[in-house]
Write a protein of this length. Structure first.
Lengths: 786, 218
């Protein structure tokens, strides 16, 4: 009996391939985008975890120099002799690869490993890295490939790294967790070092959480749009099978058996759809991962592997979510079957013709959600509330849309008989089309919102680069001797030189960078502030105040006139807060004189130079001071490089935008095709009364065009509200800065054109079907034998 | 006695309150016997048929099929009984649109676990469906669909065949052909037949004829 019932249930899908395709594709799209994003996130997190476990960053306290970035080896030896259990580390970056030299015998990290080939760090002078690192370093050194090494990192014995780069010093010392009870104070042995507690070391996983949450939100949006399709298909399938269900029961199939087999049938289909989705998700993730890797490196300095693994956490979550989403839609239908009397009349009612009352009820619910969204905009803080605000805004608007569209159709123009029929017919179709229109609304408004955010960011970022990259040339030297020679050389020629002095130290308990700047024409003219005292540069030059970046200000709620600690026992007022759109870290800017007084050991090795003749000055510096060409960078190159990083940062967002719009277009196509199959009884009488099939087809296209225009008009305010929420809430939490909002009408018009085009393409198929429908198919409506 | 209905009552709730459709109907049907149930629209004919099939539960009275009290059975037990002992021919055919004619004919027998392909071929031949086996119901005429429904009901070799206006949707000549075939097959399988009909011609061909009016048998 089981096989017979299951075969009958499945035969429905066999005979309705379009609905089967819609169901599977809806699920696959929903699962695909969701699991794609999850795959990216889990790959990234795995990379962060591998880096943390291997390098010990964020796990162990460290000793770092108070100024500069080097520790003499003798300091390490003194500490060991004084019973300090520390392990040396040397970090050197070459060709974009971070060489990490460690002492395998003393390191507290998990780096005392053996490679796949059986080599180990203790064995020989070997360097270990993943395949990509090995290819980058090909010709420079031989690298033993080991998949467990985090991306972008080459690990070797510290001696190997020192010999390779002709270094005799160290970068930092890791403090082992187990220390002897009695040991001398650090200030007695190594006063030039300072303890950096593990929690103050930037944790890339925590820093990047917000970015990954943004991706998750996008994945969830696509999942929701895909579920609209699934919900709609399941609803239609059950409505169309009411007759079959009644027949099965009247032929002696017990209700419990029938329900169990329907669940099995749906389970099989969901499994197939989810597997297709996982394959799609893997493909999407593999395509997007390089851009994500570029983004997190550009924004946070974190490295992510460029190759994707099939990790159970993301594909299982994809399958689980597919079952959950389809299960919710199925539960409603199962409940309806249980309530359905065995002999209930089989009316081709419900799917396409829901009552106006129901649409009104849904709209009221939508308005309540919009009210919650408004309330959160007024009182909410934090990333969770920001996403709740956006969720309520999008879902609330989606629920109001069908009712609003019907209301707008009341104002539709035209007095003729055909026009009146056309609008009445359009209103009647709204329940059947509403899910597709909602999907289109969500996709278009998400596009408007995100593109407004990204374009506003771009405008602000370009202006920021102009301020920060005012010097025409940037020079970096390796040695202190060359640095002073360069400064002297430029000052003798009356060329404005801006040394970049910097140290890293915690400020308000968090890692931060302190900068010493030479206050002059360049800074006074170029820098714009989010808030400042009128004589900010004078105060900074006199060493009476400092400037902080927005990240530090927001995180600690420190604004102009508040005080901040910049050295042990020294607090200074903040004279200005400056926008900083390139890094997640807090920064404090002080005058050069004060900086040199506080941190006398710090040496400027980077310089900005103001010149009108970059080419000749570049040549002169190279010739007279033997500075290598790679140490001198033109302003234009840096700007281009920064903009490139920016564009890659948002490449992922752009790709997800397009995919979401694609899902909405698919939802529209499927809804129109499904409706077209059910509308013959409504169109046949109109055809019989004298409207040609071609005219009916054209009217179908006009209807789709009209509805998509209404959706687009509704999507503009919704998209702008979304952009406002992203800029004022999500971005502040995710990146630590707030951006001004700009408007881009030409972009919106282009997007509107795309949405209308997508709708017309979706409507074209059913319209052509209408034009080509044989008269016999239309006549069948009037046949008494039907 | 194959089927025995005793003092059956049944009401349905309507807009103006409960409507009493059956008011103490008693009826008996022996194995191999044919019975026509006639009466005006709304007289309760179809309700008697549905109650006899276990599709509806009466408000009062008793109903026995081969001595088994059907009213005392649960939903699943009634479904089991219907599946294996009762064949039903609906006025609207109720075929499964996504299955071929062949699969529809063998469907109930397959559910009951007693499919007999030789007997099915015989039914197909007698009912003139040989050329339609691979087709789907939507491509058949009303008369052909009704014949498929009769074949499906008989293929399970039921002890009781219930038919609700089996020729109601058919023209006169098709109706006559379908009826002749059905009676012939009922006679060969030894099933009892209860037919609900408005047609005097159809009723005349049955062994017995009872008329229902205002919820009681005349």
């Amino acid at each position: 009996m089981t096989n017979t019932i299951l075969r009958a249930l499945l035969s429905y899908w066999w005979r309705s391939p379009l609905q089967l395709f819609t169901f599977l594709m809806g699920l696959a799209l929903a699962t695909g985008l969701w699991s794609g994003v999850q795959a990216i996130n889990s790959e990234a997190r795995a990379s962060y975890d591998a880096a943390a476990a291997t390098l010990g960053e964020g796990q162990f306290d460290q000793l770092v120099p108070r100024a500069g970035d080097r520790i003499p080896q003798s300091v390490y030896i003194n500490l060991r002799r004084a019973a300090w259990l520390v392990s040396p580390v040397l970090d050197v970056t070459y060709k974009g690869v971070r060489f990490v030299g460690i002492d395998p015998l003393t390191t507290p990290t998990q780096m005392s490993f053996s490679s796949d080939a059986g080599f180990s760090l203790e064995d020989t002078d070997l360097i270990f890295g993943n395949a990509k690192v090995a290819s980058v370093l090909e010709g420079f050194v031989d690298v033993i490939i080991d998949k467990s090494i985090p991306p972008g990192i080459a690990i070797a014995d510290i001696g190997v790294v020192q010999r390779l780069f002709k270094r005799s010093d160290l970068s930092r010392l890791m403090i082992l967790p187990e220390q002897p009870i009695r040991r001398p104070d650090l200030v007695e042995i190594a006063p030039e070092l300072v303890v950096q507690p593990s929690q103050q070391i930037a944790d890339v996983a925590a820093l990047t959480d917000s970015f990954h949450l943004n991706l998750t939100a996008f994945g969830f949006l696509s999942f929701a749009v895909g579920l609209f399709i699934v919900h709609s298909t399941i609803g239609l399938a059950f409505e169309q099978r009411r007759g079959m269900i009644r027949t099965l029961r009247s032929l002696g199939v017990p209700l419990s058996n029938l329900l169990s087999l329907i669940i099995v049938e749906m389970g099989l289909l969901v499994l197939v759809g989810a597997i297709l989705g996982i394959v799609m998700g893997y493909t999407i993730a593999a395509m997007l991962l390089p851009d994500v890797a570029a983004t997190v490196e550009g924004l946070y300095g974190a490295r992510v592997s460029g190759t994707l693994s099939l990790r159970p956490e993301w594909w299982l979550s994809g399958i689980g979510l597919a079952f959950l989403g389809a299960g919710m839609a199925l539960a409603v239908r199962i409940w309806q079957i249980m309530q359905m009397p065995l002999l209930s009349a089989v009316q081709p009612r419900a799917w396409a013709i829901a009552s106006a009352k129901r649409i009104r009820g849904i709209a009221i619910l939508g308005m309540i959600l919009l009210g919650f969204s408004g309330l959160l905009a007024l009182i909410g803080t934090g990333l969770g509330q920001a996403f709740a605000l956006i969720g309520f805004l999008l879902i609330g608007s989606a629920l109001v849309l069908p009712w609003l569209t019907i209301k707008l159709l009341d104002f539709a123009p035209g007095k003729g008989v055909v026009t009146s029929w056309f609008w009445a017919d359009t209103r009647q179709q709204m329940p059947g089309l509403s899910l597709a229109l909602i999907a289109l609304l969500l996709a278009v408004s998400a596009n408007i919102g995100v593109s407004t955010m990204v374009s506003s960011f771009r405008v602000t970022f370009v202006s920021f680069l102009d301020q920060r990259l005012a010097p025409e040339l940037f020079v970096r030297v390796d040695e202190e001797k060359t640095a002073s020679a360069l400064e002297k050389y430029l000052l003798e020629r009356d060329i404005e030189v801006l040394p970049l002095l910097t140290v890293e130290r915690p400020v308000v308990g968090q890692p931060a960078k302190l900068y010493g700047v030479r206050v002059g024409r360049t800074y006074r003219e170029s820098w714009q502030f989010l808030g400042a005292d009128p004589d900010v540069w004078d105060q900074v030059a006199r060493g009476e105040a400092v400037i902080v970046n927005e990240q530090l200000a927001r995180r600690n709620n420190l604004w102009v006139a508040d005080e901040v600690d910049i050295a042990p026992g020294l607090n200074l007022p903040i004279a200005a807060v400056v926008g900083d759109y390139g890094n997640p870290q807090g920064q404090v800017v002080m005058g050069e004189l004060l900086f040199r007084k506080l941190y006398p050991n710090a040496v400027a090795t980077s310089f900005g130079i103001r010149t009108t003749d970059t080419a000749n000055l570049r040549k002169a510096i190279q010739a007279d001071l033997e500075v290598p060409d790679s140490g001198i960078i033109n302003q234009a190159s840096i700007k281009n490089m920064s903009l490139e990083v920016f564009e890659r940062t948002f490449a992922v967002t752009a790709a997800l935008n397009i995919l979401t719009l694609g899902v909405a277009g698919f939802a529209m196509l499927m809804s129109l095709l499904t409706l077209a199959g059910m509308r013959t009884p409504q169109l046949a009488p109109v055809w019989a009364l004298g409207l040609t099939r071609t005219r009916l087809g054209v009217l179908e296209l006009a209807r789709a065009l009209g509805l998509s225009l209404i959706v687009f008009i509704c999507a503009i305010p919704l998209g702008l509200a979304l952009a406002w929420a992203l800029l004022n809430f999500v971005n502040v939490e995710a990146f630590g800065w707030q951006l001004p909002m700009f408007f881009f009408p030409a972009d919106y018009a282009f997007l509107g054109g795309l949405a209308v085009l997508a709708t017309l393409i979706a409507a074209a198929w059913p319209a052509i079907q209408m034009v080509r429908k044989p008269p016999a198919a239309l006549l069948k409506v009037f046949s008494s034998e039907r | 006695m194959l089927l025995e209905l005793k003092d059956i009552t049944k009401s349905f709730s309507g807009v103006d309150g409960d409507v009493e459709v059956l008011r103490g109907v008693s009826l008996e049907l022996d194995a191999g016997q044919t019975l026509a149930l006639t009466g005006e629209s709304g007289s309760g004919k179809s309700t008697i048929l549905h109650i006899s099939a276990g599709l509806e539960v009466p408000d009062g009275g008793s109903l026995h099929l081969e001595g088994i009290e059907i009213n005392g059975l649960g939903e699943a037990e009634r479904a089991n009984l219907r599946r294996s002992e009762i064949g039903i021919v609906f006025q609207q055919f109720n075929l499964i649109p996504s299955l071929t004619v062949e699969a529809n004919i063998g469907f109930q027998a397959a559910l009951a676990g007693r499919r007999d392909k030789i007997f099915e071929s015989e039914l197909v031949e007698v009912l003139g469906l040989t050329d339609q086996l691979k087709k789907y119901p939507e491509s058949l005429s009303g008369g052909q669909q009704q014949r498929v429904a009769i074949a499906r009901a008989l293929a399970v070799r039921p002890k009781l065949l219930l038919a609700d206006e089996p020729t109601g949707n058919l023209d006169e000549s098709t109706s006559s052909a379908v009826l002749t075939a059905m009676l012939d097959l009922v006679g060969r399988t030894g099933a009892a037949l209860m037919v609900v009909t408005h047609s005097a011609a159809l009723a005349d061909k049955m062994d017995r004829r009872v008329r229902l009016k205002g919820g009681v048998l005349l």
